[in-house]
Write a protein that binds this ligand. Structure first.
Ligand SMILES: Cc1cc2nc3c(=O)[nH]c(=O)nc-3n(C[C@H](O)[C@H](O)[C@H](O)COP(=O)(O)OP(=O)(O)OC[C@H]3O[C@@H](n4cnc5c(N)ncnc54)[C@H](O)[C@@H]3O)c2cc1C
Length: 547
């Protein structure tokens, strides 16, 4: 069997090594147009920031080692230029010797990745405007950053790459402005969950420009100026683009393979394209969203690696299926981890899927043990069955563990009732006897069982009477307009101060005291509803409020 693979990084090399483990006799050739294979794309920003000091640490495998261990024929600086499906041949160009040739295949796996989008704005082609995709891009940015002791950079785009580059440029003592045309960074999150990230970026000295796109990049002598649509001018020495990705589908299109509605190469659950002998994986492939069932692009390393493995299985005669992606992702923004899995609220709303949401703001581990850090966790679940649909978390510690547990729950199609029961590792250094995952599930399940009604912080209307059950001191620092204040510990003695003809919307700092208050009130005949996440979530929806 002759297996040819286009692209020698995440998906491509995962496919190649898996194929070798399954078939010792197959002839496997990997074509990579760049000079390196198997490099750690995800580590590139951290070499620029100086965290990963040795550039060679990013090169996980070399062609020589891959030949030795896996008997792979790895051809770097070799570009596949065409696919002749009728004759099952590839057109290949050796970029070292400027030589063209053809190679025949029995099976072909495409893992050509994606290209950074360069928005069509004046000045985008200036040599001091960089995108980061590979080692060569990294070297160029490193050289530009290293050429000055300090400078000023503008990162355009507030997604993963924009955030990572902002952090790493600050680590190199550069001043950084981050520009994002949406009103939030990290579009995979819902807006209110990005708010703690905005606050943190500003605390770390990043100049944040939200809600206005870059309109032009103008050169002024040795410097640049990024002009925003709102007229703001940001002088700088270099610009880094993190403005999204476009799947590399040129070869597939030219070969007449079917392209899906998202613009990625359409594949079935075996990662097979519209041609049964050609597979596509990674950033270039359109797959199915595990939660919504819709076609999606998920440009992440985990899915690319798993898909590569599955394509290799099928190319080698096994029948393996890919279940779809759920967008589980995590990024660090300075001291905060920002993570998500499954569907976000924006998507659920757009698709009209019935859902409910809860927020909690627990500590990463037992509050009495030193070093506990608070996190914000949002859990989305379907109604009325409580199936977990998505989760987002932001915090300094313990975010990865919770999102990974919730990702597993989504994969297993578990409900919040299952998560009430889930038994997680606990010692005071690591968690809580009621882990944040259990707590979020309790809040959700309490609602589904009818133990407590909820009103979301973004749905508060005038019809309800607002009751703040925090202490007088907390209330005075800031409260919802029109709220009366009865601390939860005084509530039983002051019930006659409350109206019985209106629903009481009860809130506290993060939702726990208000839940206790709601239970007291409902058992005394009041109609009461809790605001999940309390005043903190309310503030995340209204960032201009006092703390
Ligand atoms: C800076 C950065 C940080 C990232 N951090 C994370 C992270 O923390 N977590 C995470 O999950 N994901 C992260 N990602 C995303 C992750 O790296 C990608 O999702 C993953 O590499 C995709 O794998 P792939 O095989 O589809 O494409 P790639 O790994 O990009 O490999 C595609 C390769 O194909 C080659 N190629 C393209 N066309 C041809 C052709 N015609 N002939 C020969 N070769 C060709 C390209 O040169 C390229 O090397 C990051 C990406 C970047 C850029």
């Amino acid at each position: 069997m002759r297996l040819l693979i286009v692209g020698g990084v995440a998906g491509g090399m995962s496919a190649a090594t898996r194929a070798r483990r399954l078939d010792e006799r197959a002839e496997i050739i990997v074509f990579e147009k760049g000079p390196h294979v198997s490099f750690a794309t995800c580590g590139l920003p951290y070499h620029i920031g100086g965290v990963i000091e040795d550039r060679d640490d990013l090169v996980v495998q070399t062609p020589e080692h891959l030949r030795l261990r896996f008997s792979l024929d790895v051809r770097t600086r070799t570009e596949v230029t065409a696919i002749n499906r009728a004759r099952k041949k590839l057109g290949v160009r050796d970029l070292n010797e400027e030589r063209a040739y053809t190679e025949a295949y029995d099976k072909l796996i495409l893992s050509p990745g994606a290209e950074p989008v360069r928005p069509p704005i004046p000045g985008i082609d200036d040599p001091a405007v960089y995108a980061l995709r590979n080692m060569e891009d990294m070297d160029r940015i490193s050289a530009a950053v290293g050429a000055k002791r300090s400078g000023r950079a503008v990162c355009i785009g507030g997604g993963f790459i924009g955030l990572e580059m902002a952090e790493n440029l600050v680590a190199r003592r550069w001043r950084v402005a981050l520009v994002e045309m949406l009103h939030q960074v990290m579009p995979a999150l819902d807006r209110e969950m990005a708010e703690p990230v905005h606050q943190h970026l500003r605390e770390k000295g990043v100049e944040l420009h939200l809600g206005s796109a870059a309109a032009a990049i103008e050169r002024k002598g040795r410097r640049l100026s990024v002009r925003l649509q709102n007229g703001t001018a940001l002088p700088c020495d270099l610009v880094v683009l993190g403005t999204g990705l476009r799947p590399n589908t040129g070869l597939a299109r030219q070969a007449g393979l079917e392209i899906g509605p998202t613009g990625g190469i359409k594949v079935d659950q075996h990662m097979r394209t519209s041609d049964p002998d050609i597979y596509a994986v990674g950033d270039a492939a359109e797959v199915t969203d595990y939660v919504t069932g819709r076609p999606t692009l998920t440009p992440l390393a985990g899915p690319a690696n798993r898909q590569g493995r599955i394509a290799a299985d099928n190319a080698c005669g096994r029948s393996s299926t890919f279940r779809g992606t759920q967008g589980t992702a995590i990024v660090r923004a300075f001291d905060l981890a920002v993570a998500c899995t499954g569907a976000n609220e924006k998507t659920l709303r757009k698709l009209g899927m019935p859902y409910q949401k809860v927020y909690i703001h627990p500590f990463s581990h037992a509050g009495y043990y030193p070093g506990a850090a608070s996190m914000s966790l949002k859990l989305l679940f379907s109604t009325p069955d409580g199936r977990v649909l998505g989760a987002q978390a932001v915090g300094a510690d313990g975010v990865d563990k919770r999102i990974d547990v919730l990702a597993t729950a989504i994969q297993a199609r578990m409900t919040v009732h299952d998560l009430e029961q889930v038994e997680l590792a606990y010692a005071p250094q690591y968690g809580a006897a009621k882990d944040p995952v259990n707590m979020a599930a309790f809040v959700a399940a309490n609602y589904l069982r009818g133990d407590v009604d909820i009103v979301q912080a973004d749905e508060l209307g005038d019809e309800a009477a607002l009751l703040d059950v925090r202490t007088a001191g907390e209330y005075q620092k800031g409260h919802m307009p029109g709220a009366m204040n009865i601390p939860v510990d005084e509530l039983r003695g002051r019930l006659d101060e409350l109206p019985r003809d209106r629903r009481l919307v009860v809130y506290c700092g993060v939702g726990l005291r208000a839940y206790i208050a709601c239970r007291i009130l409902s058992q005394h005949g009041f109609r009461a509803a809790n605001v999940p996440g309390g005043y903190l979530t309310y503030q995340h929806y209204r960032p201009q409020l006092p703390g």
